[in-house]
Design a protein around this ligand. Sequence first.
Ligand code: MN
Length: 265
Amino acid sequence: MLQETPLRSVAAGVPGEGKRPHGARPWFFISDLHLSEAIPHTVAAFEHFIRVTAEEADSVFILGDLFEYWIGDDMLGEPFVARMAALLHTLSERGIALYIMHGNRDFLLGKRFMKAAGAIWLPDPFVITAFGMRITLAHGDALCTADRAYLRFRRFARLRLAQMLFLAWPFRWRQALAQRMRSASQEGRSRPVSPKYDATPEGIAALFRDSGTMTIVHGHTHRPARHREPGGTRWVLPDWDLDHGEHRGGYLRVDAEGLRALPLD
Ligand code: MN
């Protein structure tokens, strides 16, 4: 898992520089928003989070699956997507750093999107030092090591050549393929039922060992929790869904006091 992207470390407070004082300002973590036009209440909650909640943050980290699907940066031509990129761009304009990691659904988010959103792309996994605490960030799909077929697809789909060939297809072909893959996907909007789609003890232990950190933050499984593992503490971010049944969502906040899970306001 770690061979494909060697872990790197960044020191606290890289961007956002100059415009605002650092120090006490917290860092926020979210993931699995699965944004699309089909979920307007979730989109509205996200807009509120970026415009209002994030105002006190030094940095915002989106740990994958910001979008329900991503078939290439030419999606920026769609008004909804352009609106989301412009919304995210207000963060850097306000002196708040934005970091985005790929998820299993939006791993094709590319340089053009990152620029439009004013975001810095983070490899998965990635180690940060926040308030003196080393934290490993990951989307979480690579921890689900019982799903061998998915891991094989993941390795293939992250190959540069495979991505280049796919991105060379006409937009409509890519759209049709994404549609088919989504309807065939077992993940869907509901929680994955099988333990096959959860992080495994082996996957978790390997990430603690390889990263040398005592704290992992990830999303993907839609099972928000704080787990005490043999290797340390594992925080699982909630998915967001305010359009189906009971409202789901929330974020993690880290500051000098440590990590805290908070609901949406
Ligand atoms: Mn995911």
